[in-house]
Design a protein around this ligand. Structure first.
Ligand SMILES: Nc1ncnc2c1ncn2[C@@H]1O[C@H](COP(=O)(O)OP(=O)(O)OP(=O)(O)O)[C@@H](O)[C@H]1O
Ligand SMILES: O=P(O)(O)OC[C@H]1O[C@H](OP(=O)(O)OP(=O)(O)O)[C@H](O)[C@@H]1O
Ligand SMILES: [Mg+2]
Length: 281
């Protein structure tokens, strides 16, 4: 059985579980369940803290796991990013009291609070900056006001937490993070991993694309196909009226309305959009 680590709570937990559900795997009914076996799919899910998932995968105890790129890099384990999962996006950044800092160089000799000590130390040493890193478990934004640090390095999503603490970001982003699937580096792929990857890829595509159908005059098919090239090539079917054809093509979800407008301008009619429930590309 493939052994997969999944976040048990926190920012990534719900989205990870619903992605696995969409990929056709059994889901836990009770959030206190720690292990879930899905014998039909020959897979076993272990619900763990996202921060610990890299440790289990890095040590080879579990085959693959879903965690944040920031947490994975912070753990400094021997594993590799296998797939980006398209949720849990955040930026890891420096922040300080409003007006105090504007450049990275000003951090020299200062005290920096963070929950991501490994990630921050790597970043500072790559840039030759020496600062005292204060490792905190959470609520890092309070550390400056409470006097244990001069600035922080933390996860920023909306920036609301920072603003509420009277702080602002400065410097370039340290890291763009999102949820990723990680696996062991330099070993033979475990049985069943290829199926998991294809299924997750299928969910990503089904979320990113819609199916577009329309009718267009035969002499306009090249112009229409240029607007909707699909992944390989659009499907073109005959209609009873031999001057017209029906076209079917996958289209990026976020471009749906622009493409519908352009197809209509071109002369296409009966333009229909439907969601893709599942797919294998
Ligand atoms: N708004 C957000 N707040 C916190 N983490 C977020 C946010 N958006 C995305 N993430 C990502 O979620 C992961 C952190 O998850 P989680 O909050 O469960 O961990 P944690 O902060 O260590 O745990 P906890 O807050 O329960 O102590 C990171 O990869 C982070 O980048
Ligand atoms: O930019 P925002 O949308 O405000 O989100 C970012 C905040 O969310 C996270 O905290 P979390 O709720 O995980 O608490 P923690 O600091 O105790 O981990 C993170 O550490 C920031 O504090
Ligand atoms: Mg948190």
């Amino acid at each position: 059985m493939l052994r997969v680590a999944v976040p048990n709570k926190g920012a990534l937990s719900e989205a990870a579980s619903s992605m696995l559900g969409e990929a056709g795997y059994r889901q836990r009914r009770d959030p206190r369940e720690l292990v879930l076996v899905d014998p039909e799919n020959e897979i076993e899910f272990f619900f763990l803290r996202p921060r610990d998932i890299a440790v289990y995968v890095g040590s080879g105890t579990l085959d693959v796991g879903i965690t944040g790129r920031d947490l994975f890099l912070d753990a400094q384990v021997k594993a590799a990013e296998l797939m980006q999962l398209g949720f849990g996006a955040s930026t890891f950044r420096f922040a300080g009291p409003v007006g105090d800092f504007s450049t990275l160089e000003q951090l020299e000799g200062k005290r920096l609070a963070t929950s991501y000590e490994g990630l921050l130390n790597d970043y500072l040493s790559e840039r030759g900056i020496t600062a005292a890193v204060v490792r905190l478990d959470g609520a890092v934004e309070s550390s400056v006001r409470l006097g244990v640090a001069d600035a922080i390095a933390d996860v920023v999503e909306t920036g609301n937490t920072l603003r509420a603490a009277g702080m602002e970001i400065f410097g370039e982003p340290i890291l763009q993070s999102e949820a990723v699937l990680i696996g062991r580096a330099g070993v033979e792929a475990p049985a069943g991993l290829d199926v998991l990857l294809r299924r997750l890829q299928g969910v990503l595509v089904a979320r990113q694309y819609v199916m577009m159908d329309y009718d267009v005059r035969k002499d306009l098919i090249d112009a229409a196909a240029a607007l909707t090239p699909g992944l390989e090539s659009p499907t073109v079917s005959p209609l009873r009226d031999s001057d017209w054809v029906a076209v079917r093509s996958m289209v990026k979800r976020n471009q749906t309305n622009r493409i519908m407008d352009e197809l209509y301008e071109l002369g296409a009619r009966a333009i229909l959009v439907s969601t893709i429930h599942a797919c294998r590309i």
